[in-house]
Design a protein around this ligand. Sequence first.
Ligand SMILES: [Zn+2]
Length: 710
Amino acid sequence: MPIESSRARLFRHLLGAASLPLGFATLVSCGGAAAPPAAPQPAASASAASTAPRKPIVNVTLQSVGLDPLAIDRSQDPCTDFYQYACGNWLKTVQIPADEPAWSRSFNEIQKRNELELKRVLEEATKPGSTDAVTQKLGAFYGACMDEAAADKAGAQPIRPLLDKAAKVKDAKSLSAVVTELHAVGITPLFDTSPTQDADDATRWIANLDQNGLGLPDRDYYLREDEGSKKLLATYREHVARMLELAGFSKARATAAAADVLSLETELAKISKTKVERRDPKSMFNRVNRAGVAKAVPAFDWDGYWKGIGFPGIQDISLTAPKFFEGLQTLLTSTKSNVWQNYLQWQIVRDTASLLSKPFVDERFRMQQALTGQPELPPRWRRCVHATDDSLGDLLAQPYVKDHFPGDSKQSAETMVSAISAAMNADLDALDWMDAPTRTRAHEKLKSLAYLVGYPEKWKAYDFPVDAKSYAQNALRSRNYELKRALLKVGKPVDRTEWQMTAPTVNAYYDPQRNQMVFPAGIMQPPFYGINQGLAVNAGAIGMVVGHELTHGFDDEGSQFDAMGNLSSWWTPAASEKFKAKISCVEKQYSAYEALPGLRVNGALTLGENIADNGGLKLAFEAYRALRSSAKEAIVADGMSEDQQFFLGFAQGWCSVYRPDFERMVVQTNPHSPPRFRVRGPLTNMPQFGEAFSCKVGSSMRPKDTCSVW
Ligand SMILES: [Zn+2]
């Protein structure tokens, strides 16, 4: 239910808020019969016309270059609100599918196509007669997941042994033993263990202990005082009680247990770091050795823990939040054993509900509904496609990439990446606020910035048995296997060819500790990228994505890591001060955007993504201009200049509609600004946009005061 799994890498920067609760489905078409595009907008920018030699014009249609003329609302002035102009008609006609919390013209529509394709692959795999091991494993996993009758028959039985053990916790020692057993199957009350790259030596892995153990998406949900938040907390309390009733508690006992759960989780929330605090990489690395952890939380049986999860020899450990672990020690020594019993049983049910019978699945969805406003649970096949992607991702990716990642997409991506790197290189030389020593280091970092496109060189193995009869058992085995895969890395060198996303995923990321950006095959699809789309449109869409990820290397977090991925400051104090002033302009700009009545964008939480959006669009524009500079002709699409096509290609990639509850959750917890601000923010900072659409200086989309970092 939380927006990102607790095991997501700490500083990995996604392109979009797409790892959301399962959601993406039926599209609604953009309205009736295709009307011819209305009168052309003022064509080609004055400055472009004056600086570039006149080229012969080739007239084409918007559709032929990959733009959607029907999405445009020509009654809107592009200089007042370009997002409404580019997406307005799409927004008027689109309906969010009932099993979705939101819908976008890019992420969700691509995802929908991908899901249908993966469903086809999986249904094929469940047919008898296949002889190859990959197909057999996929078929068995998906088939077991689709067997709703078997899950219903099993009820809570798959987790009964765990619940029974949790119900017998009587002291810190037995509590430690149960927490250990739960962690081994990926149920992570209290804290979470994962590998992390050593902050001082990014070539090697150490173990990382992070705060964890809440049932709501963020600590602030427990601590906010407004009426809406109190209401949500009451809904949560009822949900916990109903889940425990399903697990076998009497109504009265479940009600009392839910109160225990809320009070303990509130205590955990109080000692947890905020999302904004978690954006400070220096504070998130606190090297302690094994003895240091034992000293911080002596009440917990750490030797038993490391042994129990299968890693008795772990030595090097980092804590994300030392105060959290100090607080944990206090809770371990002061909380009554029956509270622990209730909390642990709740955490087991919460974490496994989607694997169990229909009453658990439905109750889990009721809470999700309260958070997102989504009316319907996605059909079982969609949930099972995602479950298979989660558990056997690289097996499922293999048939997908065969059909959906033709070799030329890789080359196009590479062309785009090198044009964008070249643009950044030129920008670094032109920045007036950066001094020479810092500039040299920035060039070094850019030069070392690596990228991966499409799919991994070698596929991951999944050496755990898959039972054609028990979905719950398969999922728990998979979690155990993934924990082992993760922790086996500790003490070993980092493999820079490893992927942190499966190939069909519609997203991208930058990892500052590897100084590496990754673009899975899943995102290299229209409208982000199309072999038949115009270059200006591809640059505005996928080019901006590439520029966004590249800029993450230089955002407020990424800029604290050096070319090798080590956390070390390569900035002179003077350059660092100027950089801080530049980014505080961006923080202020976005903090003024009102997402919902009374709810503004959190400029501090979204700062890194906003810097990346601004830098990304600017770099993509410069790359597109460079790539088109030698073109013999100018392409005009239904009256739109290439510059205008670029900006439209960018904006139409972000046309999105959110349910209000979901938008509230995103604004409160997600590091990305809502899509309309991801369009407005960067465009208002780019003079080339105002020029392309002949906007008056001082108009809403071309303000006098702008922010610029990169
Ligand atoms: Zn990002």
